[in-house]
Every structure is written in structure tokens, then in C-alpha cells.
Design a protein around this ligand. Structure first.
Ligand code: ADP
Ligand code: MG
Ligand code: MG
Length: 895
């Protein structure tokens, strides 16, 4: 005999750890049932049944039978039959995948009602008075047709809403409670017509057919377009499928002693303990969230129905103790009897996440490892942005998607050109567009923040803004943008060009006028200006404790990218354990550009040496300052990397300049030679041109000058009794011979300079060209350390230029799901990550104990930090503000 596959579970058969099979909602309903909480009885169709259905287009063998068996059990438990004309059992059919996908899939309530059973329901609901159950029964029936029509048969939801509005208008009311039984009966008639018009069939009467169609619709909703897109964006695997929960209906719309609500065991906004939630009397299902009537704060339930309220609080305490975390809850009260309809570990803000984790440690519910596990670097990063001071309660005129965090204030402009113009005059501007496109890039760069009416987290505006670290609020869809007229309207307000607005890229709120901005307490704590031992800010206390634990457990060291003493000092306060990338090219800008020009234009060896000699003391002074700030900690200095023409004026400008001079019969002088040099050095693909180690090999004396400056600076500090730890890093190496050549010259200089003051100077290389990763074994022979330059490595592995492509097509790639996230934001494990693994393995095989780090932007990206931990790097290096994030994630990677 074939063993039958089990596709259906009664609530008593499941538990919270079966989310893969039963979905989150089902697993938690089962858990609550087994905890003895009052859950209406029901059963769950597994995600496997869904997957089988989606694969074959038909319900798998045995499913119909198992549903029948469980339905019979449910009927006997309830003492009613599904859709029985005399006394109908009704059920809800609810989707529920492993990961919550809010609003993506649907639920049908009141399944089992039809033209006959509506009368039976009315009789059963009657409290004795003639016709007293009628209103309720017809209200339930119209809800079924509406939800079933929309969810199962794709009838446009607005049609039902319009019919409902019409009925209310005819009655002269805006409150659905003013509709009586006759109004609702008529509405059912109207709904049935709408249903028939759109589906070409009558609303199905047989209860079991309703049930089966609803189940099928829930299965299919897994592949609805919006669900597919949502999963790609959230990186939820496409093959999980959804479970279906069949739950006996309980009724919150039976009168004033009934109702429905949501509750949180702690405040999901702050994490504070207390009673949070909303309650709506005489209502069903989504009425609470739909906002058709005003809800009351949950505390008021105490007055309305003290017994249910007390029971709810007891249940909340049970759940929190059991899940050891903030839970959110959906409940319904039917004529004074409380029913629990859903629970899950609740979503929360970043601040609440830290506060709750900290409180739970205090309460002895979780240990510090668990607390660390429950927060993350993205949340910490959010807490480090400056914030609006909302103590003046500014009006939120609309909300959209908080797509790139921060608090930005500025004058409204509607075009990129105007943004650039005003910003050039020193104004702070907010660029407002219906949606952005690549032409808007200059304006986006010039603006403090970007506000759009359309698009979500993966829109052009969102992707580009995040790449630039610029505040962005997008998809504020009731914003009516009129570029021609130079104004937008929102909720009755008219905002003209030049008016000031404030946008919050974290919460997605838009405010008119200037909302004051205050610095983050968490940053002040990292800066050392707030003492966690005496601070009364619970967030500071929580962050201090949890990041302290991360520091204790982590294996990865965290360094910073810094080019100045000031940045180095700040990063050190933020917990950096050295510098992983000190770029030297920034030191060639400003008034030193002149010297670089001289170097480039030098025609003889002595001219060149003169220029280099002039640069040497300046560079040395830079390094002295940085080594001093990082005393006792390693400092990796990268030799000059970008193409030299970046230090020269632009070809166009210079050509015009020279032409104009010649026109006037003047002598263009030095500009003539400069122009010739710029022409000579012009490259089609500068990123793939004369840069990095190639420069060092082509321009005699350049690297030598830098090596000397570094070593002399270190020697000077040793003479002062300090402890500098310089590491010289050669960029863009692809072959060991390149590195060897640089090394021979560098070692000569180092041994010469250190004759008097012993300094240990390491020489290593970046791994940023794919060939370097693939020949890492050879390169390790000449390198004392590796540092992955993951920006270039990503750029070269994919073959696209970061500076050009992000705004050009990444949004489309994200939309299509080719990337879940930009590979410049989070390391591409499969491709670029493979190169990293190869280089680590082969590098360490050739040179055991080889020190390896990473210094690309990815060093501060939470996901990527976990990867670098896994592959065994020694450290990550990131910008100073990212250092705390990396510390936290390096700790989380261990537990
Ligand atoms: P979502 O996943 O969107 O929250 P749910 O399946 O939780 O959808 O259903 C939405 C709402 O419908 C619930 O919050 C609850 O108020 C109501 N509901 C669902 N099942 C029942 C039921 N068996 N009895 C009464 N109300 C129900
Ligand atoms: Mg729900
Ligand atoms: Mg590079």
C-alpha cells in the first residue's frame, strides 16, 4: 500500500517550529492552541500541498479527502455543518507563508454563507427580538461576496466599494453601522450583479465549492505578480509556497458587545512596556486597519468589557513569556467571549529592537547572545542618522516609502537644473519629482534629499539615493506634482517652488516647513560625549551593552578607511582598531595640485625630482598626523591609485582657454604644454587605464617618494617614543611580477631610512583585479598581506563601471530580480565572493598566516560582514560611521 502524504494538520498537531510546512500564521495558531489559549478550531493545508498544486495545476491526490476528514472533525467540534441552512458553520480561508508578506496574499471570511444559510445565520444570531439577527447576517454575506469576488475571481475591489459608498450616500451617512438589514440585503443584490458582470457566472452557492475555490485562490496568490516582485525584493525564495488556514468563524460584528482589535505586548515604536493596540466595537476582520471607523485605544476595552480585557492581558503575558519577545496579536470578541485569531513575533522600529532586547536581558528572559542576535547593523545605522525633533508635533502631510534614511530640510525645486543652480548659490534644496530618471542625476547630487510621488524601494530615485547616502522619500502617491506650474499639492496644501519642506527618509514622513534636526544620541555616545554609565537614555544604555557584547565575541577586527588625522581620530572613538585604507590621492588635491602638474609636465629627470622633492615633506607630514592618531594600531597606506590626469584640468576647458588666448594673440604659455599633456594622457577607459601599480612602474620616483614619506614619518614617531605600525599597500596588482618590482625598490628605501630607527613596515597588495584573485598563490609570495578592494573587484568581475551604471540600469535589474540588491551595496557572494574565497585559500596555502582584510564599501555592509567572517578574513575596514555597524555585525556573525 502506498503511504499517504499528509497535507492537512489540525491545529493541535502543529507547533511554532513548523513554519516551513504550516506557514507562520498556521504554526503560531497551532502553538496558541497547544498553550490552551482560546483559538477557534481549525486546520491547516500545508505549503507542500500548495507547491504540488502550483507544479501540476491540480490539487494533489488525497488533499480533497483529507480536507473532508478535517472539515468533518471541525463540524462535529462546533456542532454545526458548513453552510447548513438551519445553523451554518462558517469558516475563514486565510493565507499564511513562512515569511509574512504583508498585503501580498489574501483572506476570505464568512465562507459557507449563501442565499439559504444567510437566513439560518440570522435566526441563530437573533437575541430574541424579531429580525434582530438580520442586519448581522446580511452584513456578513455582503462581506463574503466582496472578499470572494476580489480575491478568488479578480473582480475589481473598487466596484464593491463604490456600491457600498452609494448605499451609504443614499442613506445620508458615512458610517456603515447606519445601514440596516434591508439596506444590506439590497447591497448583497448589487454585489451579486457586480460579481456576475465580471465573472460571467452567478456567485457560487454550494459551501464546499466556495471553500475549494477559496483554497485554490490562496494557492495561486503565491504567484500573483505583486507577490513575485515582493519576494525578489525581500530575497524570499520563490519556491516556498503558502499554507492555507481554515478557521471556524467567530463574529465581532454581532453588536456592541462584540468587536475586533489588534494588540502589542510592548510598544513597537519605542519598545516600552505597556498596553498598546486598537479596538473597534461591532466590527469584523480588517475594519480595524481599513480605518472605516475610528478605533479606540485598547485601554478603553477595560471599560467596555472588563472580563475580556483582563483575559486578553493574561494571554498577552502568556505569549510574551512563551515567545520571549514582543508579540503582536489579532483578536475578536463575540458577545463577551474573547478569541485569539493570530499572533507572531512583532515587527518593530530600530530603537524598539535595541530597547526590547535590553529589557528582556534585564528580565532574565534572554541572554546577551540572544539579545545580540535580535538586533542588526541596519537598525544601528538607522539610529545613527540625525533625526527630526518632533516635540513641536509638526503635521505629517503625507507618508511614502522611507527609501534612504536621514532627515533632510530644504527648498522645493522641481528640476535637476534648478537644483544645481540653487545649490550653487548655497541653498539647501529638496528635489521633488513624479519619479526620477538618469537625467536627474546632477540635481540629485546637488539636493539634500529627494522626494518622489511614484516608485518603491527599488525605483531609480531609491537606488541612486541609497548609493549616494542621500535622504530619499519615494512613492508619496497622493502628491500631485505639477512641474510646469512649479508646485505640488498634497492633501489640500499647495507647495510652491522655493517653499521649505522636511523629509524623513527613515519613517517616510513629509512635513511642510522646517522641522528642527537633532543629532543622534547614539552617535553622541560613540563620540564619547554621552557617558553610558550615567545616561538616562535607555537607547544609549541598550546600545552600549549590546555592542559591548559584540566586541567580546567577535573574531573579525574592524578598521576604518580614513585619509586625515581627524577622520582617524573619530573612527578610533567609534571603535576602529586601525586603518585599513588610507588613500593618498586626496593628499594631492588643493594647492598641491600645482606640484602634481609640475610632476606630470616634467621633461627632464631633474625637473621631475624637483617636483617629487617638493611633495615629499608634505606627504610625510600627512602620515605623521595619521600615525599619531592611530598610535599602536596598524595603518594601511595605499600608494597612489587614480590616473594622473584626474589631477589636471579638463580637456574641454583647457582647449577653450588656449584657443581664446590664441585668438586674442596672447601667449597661452604653460597652458599650451598642459593641454598637450592632457591630450597625451586622455584615456577612453580611465578605470582600466594607467593607474595603480602601473603608474608606479611608469613614472620613475613616484612610489619611491611615497614609500620614503611613509617610512620617514614612522621613523620620526619612533624617535618620539611612539609606536607606528605602517603597512604599504600596492593597488591594482594583477601579476606577482608587478608587485615584486615595486617591492625591490621599496625595500631598498625602507632599509635605508630605518637604519637609525627600527620600524617594521609591511608590504602587501590589494586584491581587486580578478587576475590577482586567480593567481593569489603566486602573489602571496611577494605580499605580507592582502586587502580586497571589493569595489573594483565587483566592477571588474561584472564588467560594469560603478560611476556610470547605477543610475542607468540598476533599477531595472532590481525590478527584474537579476539582483536582489545592488552588488555594490552588498557583496555578490556567488561571483565576486567566489573570487574572494579562491584568493583566501590560495593565498594562505602559499603563505600560512597571511593577514587578509577588505577595504571596499562592503566592509560596512551587514550581509557582507557575515560573508567575510565565514571565509576567514582577519578584518574589515569601512568608513568611520560604519565602524559601529561592522562591530555589531562581526559579533552577530559568531553567534
Ligand atoms: P492577514 O494575514 O492579512 O492579517 P488574516 O488571515 O489574519 O489576514 O485575516 C485578517 C483578519 O480577518 C483577521 O485579523 C481577523 O480579524 C479576521 N479573521 C480571520 N479569520 C477569522 C475567523 N475565523 N473569525 C473571525 N475573524 C477572522
Ligand atoms: Mg492577520
Ligand atoms: Mg580600487
Amino acid at each position: 500500500a502506498t503511504t499517504k502524504h499528509k497535507y492537512v494538520y489540525g491545529f493541535a498537531e502543529g507547533n511554532k517550529d513548523l513554519k516551513d510546512l504550516l506557514g507562520g500564521k498556521g504554526a503560531n495558531l497551532a502553538e496558541m492552541t497547544n498553550l490552551g489559549l482560546p483559538v477557534p478550531p481549525g486546520f491547516i493545508i500545508t505549503t507542500e500541498a500548495c507547491k504540488a498544486y502550483l507544479a501540476t495545476g491540480a490539487e494533489p491526490d488525497g488533499l480533497a479527502e483529507q480536507v473532508a476528514t478535517h472539515l468533518a472533525a471541525l463540524e462535529s467540534a462546533m456542532g454545526k455543518r458548513l453552510g447548513d441552512p438551519a445553523d451554518p458553520l462558517l469558516v475563514s480561508v486565510r493565507s499564511g507563508a513562512k515569511f509574512s508578506m504583508p498585503g501580498m496574499m489574501e483572506t476570505v471570511l464568512n465562507v459557507g454563507l449563501n442565499d439559504e444559510s444567510v437566513a439560518g445565520l440570522a435566526r441563530q444570531a437573533s437575541d430574541g427580538g424579531p429580525g434582530s439577527g438580520d442586519r448581522f447576517a446580511w452584513d456578513s454575506y455582503r462581506r463574503l461576496i466582496q472578499m470572494f469576488g476580489k480575491t478568488v475571481c479578480d473582480v475589481p475591489g473598487e466596484e464593491f466599494e463604490h456600491a457600498l459608498d452609494d448605499a451609504k450616500r443614499a442613506k445620508g451617512t458615512t458610517n456603515d453601522l447606519d445601514l440596516d438589514a434591508d439596506d444590506l440585503r439590497a447591497l448583497v443584490g448589487a454585489y451579486k450583479k457586480i460579481f456576475a458582470k465580471h465573472t460571467g457566472r452567478e456567485f457560487p452557492q454550494p459551501p464546499r465549492e466556495q471553500l475549494d475555490l477559496a483554497v485554490r485562490a490562496v494557492f495561486e496568490s503565491w504567484n500573483a505578480e505583486r507577490a513575485v516582485l515582493y519576494r525578489r525584493q525581500e530575497r524570499i525564495p520563490a519556491d516556498l509556497g503558502t499554507a492555507v488556514n481554515i478557521v471556524a468563524m467567530v463574529f465581532g460584528n454581532l453588536g456592541p458587545d462584540s468587536g475586533t482589535g489588534v494588540a502589542f505586548t510592548r510598544d513597537p515604536a519605542t519598545g516600552n512596556q505597556g498596553i498598546y493596540g486598537d479596538y473597534l466595537a461591532n466590527a469584523q476582520g480588517e475594519d480595524v486597519v481599513a480605518g472605516i471607523r475610528n478605533t479606540v485605544p485598547l485601554q478603553e476595552l477595560e471599560r467596555i468589557d472588563k472580563r475580556s480585557y483582563d483575559e486578553l492581558l493574561r494571554n498577552m503575558a502568556t505569549l510574551e513569556g512563551h515567545y520571549r519577545d514582543l508579540c503582536d496579536i489579532e483578536f475578536t470578541i463575540e458577545r463577551g467571549k474573547l478569541w485569539m485569531l493570530q499572533t507572531r513575533v512583532g515587527k518593530r522600529t530600530a530603537a524598539a529592537a535595541f530597547n526590547i532586547a535590553n529589557h528582556l536581558v534585564d528580565e532574565g528572559m534572554i541572554d546577551l547572545d540572544e539579545a545580540l542576535h535580535r538586533v542588526n547593523g541596519a537598525q544601528l545605522a538607522q539610529l545613527m542618522f540625525p533625526r527630526f525633533d518632533l516635540s513641536g508635533s509638526p503635521e505629517v502631510v503625507t507618508t511614502g516609502v522611507g527609501a534612504s534614511p536621514g532627515a533632510a530640510v530644504g527648498r522645493v525645486v522641481f528640476t535637476s537644473a534648478r537644483a544645481v543652480e540653487l545649490a550653487g548659490q548655497g541653498e539647501r534644496v529638496i528635489l521633488v519629482r513624479r519619479e526620477t530618471n538618469p537625467d536627474d542625476l546632477p540635481g540629485m547630487i546637488a539636493a539634500q534629499g529627494i522626494l518622489t510621488a511614484r516608485g518603491g524601494k527599488t525605483s531609480h530615485a531609491a537606488v541612486v539615493a541609497r548609493g549616494m547616502g542621500k535622504t530619499c522619500l519615494c512613492g508619496a502617491d497622493n502628491l500631485d506634482v505639477d512641474v510646469k506650474a512649479g508646485r505640488f499639492t498634497v492633501g489640500g496644501h499647495v507647495v510652491n517652488e522655493g517653499d521649505i519642506v522636511s523629509i524623513d527618509g527613515t519613517s517616510g514622513c513629509l512635513y511642510l516647513g522646517e522641522v528642527p534636526v537633532r543629532p543622534s544620541e547614539v552617535v553622541q555616545y560613540f563620540e564619547g560625549s554621552v557617558d553610558p554609565a550615567t545616561s538616562t537614555d535607555p537607547l544609549v544604555v541598550a546600545v552600549h551593552r549590546i555592542i559591548g557584547h559584540a566586541d567580546e565575541v567577535r573574531r573579525l577586527r574592524v578598521r576604518t578607511n580614513a585619509d586625515t588625522g581627524e577622520d582617524a581620530a573619530r573612527a578610533r572613538r567609534f571603535g576602529a582598531e586601525g586603518i585599513g585604507l588610507c588613500r593618498t590621492e586626496h593628499m594631492f588635491l588643493g594647492d598641491r595640485r600645482e606640484l602634481v602638474e609640475r610632476l606630470i609636465l616634467a621633461r627632464t629627470e631633474s625637473e621631475r625630482n624637483e617636483a617629487l622633492d617638493a611633495l615629499l615633506p608634505l606627504q610625510r607630514a600627512d602620515f605623521v598626523e595619521i600615525f599619531r592618531e592611530m598610535d599602536g594600531l596598524p595603518v594601511t597606506v595605499r600608494l597612489i591609485d587614480p590616473p594622473l590626469h584626474e589631477f589636471l584640468p579638463s580637456l574641454e576647458e583647457l582647449a577653450v582657454h588656449v584657443a581664446v588666448a590664441q585668438e586674442r594673440g596672447e601667449d597661452p604659455g604653460k597652458d599650451q604644454a598642459l593641454l598637450a599633456a592632457v591630450r597625451r594622457m586622455h584615456e577612453q577607459n580611465p578605470m582600466l587605464g594607467l593607474r595603480g601599480v602601473r603608474l608606479g612602474l611608469v613614472i620613475p620616483g613616484l612610489f619611491a617618494m611615497q614609500v620614503r614619506a611613509i617610512t620617514e614619518a614612522a621613523a620620526q614617531l619612533v624617535a618620539e617614543g611612539r609606536d607606528p605600525r605602517p603597512e604599504i599597500m600596492v593597488p591594482l596588482v594583477g601579476a606577482v611580477q608587478e608587485l615584486e618590482t615595486v617591492r625591490v625598490e621599496a625595500e631598498k628605501i625602507i632599509s635605508e631610512v630605518t637604519r637609525e630607527h627600527a620600524v617594521e613596515v609591511l608590504i602587501g597588495t590589494m586584491i581587486e583585479v580578478p587576475r590577482a584573485a586567480l593567481t593569489a598563490g603566486q602573489i602571496a609570495e611577494a605580499a605580507e598581506f592582502f586587502s580586497f578592494g571589493t569595489n573594483d573587484l565587483t566592477q571588474m568581475a561584472w564588467g560594469f563601471s560603478r560611476d556610470d551604471v547605477e543610475g542607468a540600469f540598476f533599477w531595472r535589474y532590481l525590478e527584474l530580480g537579476i539582483f536582489g540588491i545592488s552588488p555594490f551595496e552588498s557583496l555578490d557572494r556567488d561571483g565576486v565572493g567566489r573570487l574572494v574565497r579562491i584568493a583566501v585559500d590560495e593565498g594562505r596555502a602559499a603563505r600560512p598566516g597571511l593577514k587578509i582584510g577588505v577595504c571596499g564599501e562592503h566592509g560596512g555592509d551587514p550581509e557582507s560582514v557575515h560573508f567575510f567572517h565565514e571565509v576567514g578574513l582577519d578584518y574589515v575596514s569601512c568608513s568611520p560611521f560604519r565602524v559601529p555597524v561592522a562591530r555589531l555585525e562581526a559579533g552577530r556573525a559568531v553567534i
